[in-house]
Design a protein around this ligand. Sequence first.
Ligand SMILES: Cc1cc2nc3c(=O)[nH]c(=O)nc-3n(C[C@H](O)[C@H](O)[C@H](O)COP(=O)(O)OP(=O)(O)OC[C@H]3O[C@@H](n4cnc5c(N)ncnc54)[C@H](O)[C@@H]3O)c2cc1C
Length: 472
Amino acid sequence: MNRVIHWFRRDLRVSDNTALQAAVQRARQVIPLFILEDAFRTGPDVGPARLAFLLQSLEALRKNLAELGHTLIVRRGRSEELLPRLCREFGAEAVFANKRYEPYAQARDSRVFNRLNEAGVGFELFKDAVIWEEQEILTQAGKPFTVYTPYSKAWKARNIPPPRGKLARIQGNQSGLPGFPSEPIPTDPAELGHPLTQSLPAAGERAAMETLRKFMRGPVYQYAAHRNLPAVDGTSQLSPHLRCGTIGIRTILSALAKAREGTNPAQRQSCEVFLNELIWREFYLQVLHNFPHVTKGAFRPEYDALAWSETRDHFQAWCAGMTGYPIVDAAMRCLNATGNMHNRLRMIVAMFLTKDLLIHWQWGERYFMHKLVDGDMAANNGGWQWSAGTGTDAAPYFRIFNPVSQGEKFDPRGEFVRRWVPELVALPDEWIHRPWEAPLAAGANRYPDRIVIHEEQRPKCLAMFSAVKKVT
Ligand SMILES: Cc1cc2nc3c(=O)[nH]c(=O)nc-3n(C[C@H](O)[C@H](O)[C@H](O)COP(=O)(O)OP(=O)(O)OC[C@H]3O[C@@H](n4cnc5c(N)ncnc54)[C@H](O)[C@@H]3O)c2cc1C
C-alpha cells in the first residue's frame, strides 16, 4: 500500500502498538491521526480528569512522533463523517486502528467500516489492548467464562506474545508527505466544557514507562502484602495509562516476566498476584463484550427488580465524603481531589453505597465514571456489580463489608483517614474508625454524625435481596 492512516484512539503511544506497527510494515507512508470526537465533550461518561489526562497524553504523543519525524494530525468531528473525507484529502487507501471493546465504540466502528467501505477504503482493526480477546478464551462447552478463577487458569495456560517494536525514525521512502492541516490540541479540558478541579498523575508514554519501572524496581515484590493498604504506595498506578493506552499490555507483562527472574518464592508469589489483577482487567472486558446487557442492568437480570432506595441526601453525603464513616469519607474525598481511589477503598465505598445506603449501584457507577482518571466501562461496571452482588463472579449478596472493621483492618493507624479528613487529625487511633464512640474532648466534634447505622442497615439489605430471591 502507498498511504495508510493510523487512527490513534486508546493507544496513545509509539511503542508496542500493534496497528501502528502493521501500518508501518505494510504501507510506504503512514499518517498518524487523532480525532477529537464530539462524544469527548458530550457523552454521559465524560469526566474532566479523564479528559485532561487524555489531552496531556495526546500532547506527549505529538512530541514523541515529532522526534521521530512524524506529524500527528488532529481533527475535530464525528469519525464516520471525517474519515472518508480525510482519506480522500490524504490519498489514503486504508485506515488502521486498534480494536475497542465497549458496545458504543464497536457500534461506532461498524458505522465507520460501512462509510469507508462505500468510499472504497479499507478499515482494519487489530487486537492490541488485551492479550486474549473475548472469543479466544472459552469454556470447554465453547461458552464465555462467568467465573474468574477458571478463566484465569485458561488465560495462564497460553503463551504471552512479546511487545511489538517501537516506531522507527522516519525513513527516506516514508518522507515527502505534504503538510496536512491540523488543529491545535486543547491544553485545558475547560475548552471542551469540562473544567478540571483535580490534580492528576503525569501523563504520556514516558511517564507510563517511568511508572512501570518504578513499580518493577521494588513494590511489585511486596504487592501481595501491600496492595490492600491505602496508606502505602503499594500498587502500580498503571490504570490511567492502560485506560489511555500510553503503555502496552505486552510491555507490562514482559517487564513482569523479567522482574520474576531469580526471585524467591515470596517475591514470585507477589508477581503472580499482580498478574492476577491484570487478568481481572481482561476478564471484565470479555464479560462486557459477551454480555453487553451489563451496561444497562444487572448481569443477573433477577436483580433488576431490587427495590433500591432513592434517598438523594444520602447519595449526596456519599459523593461529598460526609457519611460519618471515616474510611468511606476519606476515600470519597480522595477521589474528588485526585480522580483516583485505591482498589480496597473502591470496594468499601461501593459496598457502603449499595449495602448500607441501599442505593442503586448504577448511581455509584456513573459517579465513578465522572470522577475517575482511569474510568473504564468494563472494569468499573465489573467492580460495581461485584460489590453490589449483582454481577458475574460477584461477592454473594450476604457478604456485606463493615466499614468500621474494614477501616481497622486496612488502615489500622488511621494514616489514610487523617490524610483526607482533617476533622479527625487529632483523634487518637483508638477511635479513628469509630469517632462516635470518642469522648467529646477527643476532638472529632466537627465531623458529621453517621447518616445511617451499619448494624441497622444490614438486615434491611438482606431483606431487600431475599425479597427478590423469593420471587425468582
Ligand atoms: C467499584 C470499583 C470500580 C472500579 N473501577 C475501575 C475503573 O473504572 N477503571 C479501572 O481501571 N479499574 C477499576 N477498578 C479496579 C481497580 O480498583 C483499579 O484498576 C485499580 O485500583 C487501579 O490501580 P493500580 O493501577 O495501581 O492497580 P494495580 O493493583 O497495580 O493493578 C494493575 C492493573 O490491573 C488492573 N486491575 C486491577 N484490579 C482490577 C479489577 N478489580 N478489575 C479490573 N482490572 C483490575 C488495572 O488495569 C490495574 O492498573 C474498579 C474496582 C472497583 C471495586
